[in-house]
Structures are given as structure tokens and as C-alpha cells.
Design a protein. Structure first.
Length: 123
């Protein structure tokens, strides 16, 4: 059976990424899903709102599950992820997008901080 060369390339590129690069991809996906949720709110597309917010919540759960509590910052990140999750859960239940932009901004700031740390760590 022939494999798709693009899929093979994608798989190999992910397997050779550093943990920092993977973390940045995860944050990019979170920000993307939250942005899609905002657009869905503008269109009052309830199924899309639900889909994008649930996907965002899944990403946040995974971020929290991968924390290494040997480092003190992990406790702070855990609390922040709990906050993100709670805000998105309420946004989905109440169909209220008012706090999503704030979560996008905070996630973007975290992503940029991790990108800088990854750059420093890799020299």
C-alpha cells in the first residue's frame, strides 16, 4: 500500500520535534480553536461554538496533565489552566463569549514565553 508522502513528512517532523516545539504547536492549536469559537459566536453557530470550546477544553486538560510538579511553576500553571477551563466551560454553558478574548491573550502570552524559553534552552 502506498503512503501519502505529505503524511509521512508530517509524522516524521512531529517525531523529531523538541518538547518545546510540541508545546508551541499545542498552544497554537488552542489559540486557533478559541479564535474559531469567537467567530462561531459572531454567527451564532451553536454546534460550532460547542465543538471549538470542547476542543479547547480538551487541549487545556492535556496541558495540565503534562505538567511536571517537580517544578514550582507547575502549581501556578495548574491553577491557570483550571481558570481557563472554568471560563470556557461557562462560556459554552451560558453561550457568553465575553471572556474568550482574555483567554486568547493570556494563552498567547504563555506561548510567547515558552517560545523564548525554548529558544534559550536550545542555545
Amino acid at each position: 500500500m502506498m503512503t501519502n508522502p505529505y503524511e509521512t513528512y508530517k509524522q516524521q517532523s512531529v517525531m523529531t520535534m523538541t518538547s518545546g516545539q510540541i508545546l508551541l504547536l499545542v498552544y497554537n492549536e488552542l489559540i486557533k480553536q478559541l479564535s474559531l469559537a469567537q467567530k462561531a459566536f459572531e454567527k451564532n453557530d451553536i454546534p460550532e461554538i460547542n465543538r471549538t470550546l470542547q476542543k479547547s477544553q480538551t487541549i487545556i486538560r492535556e496541558l495540565k496533565n503534562t505538567l511536571n510538579f517537580d517544578y514550582s511553576i507547575s502549581n501556578d500553571l495548574s491553577k491557570l489552566y483550571d481558570y481557563f477551563y472554568s471560563v470556557l466551560l461557562n462560556a459554552n454553558i451560558k453561550k457568553d463569549p465575553s471572556e474568550i478574548q482574555r483567554i486568547i491573550e493570556m494563552a498567547t502570552e504563555l506561548k510567547n514565553t515558552f517560545a523564548e524559553a525554548d529558544k534559550i534552552a536550545r542555545g
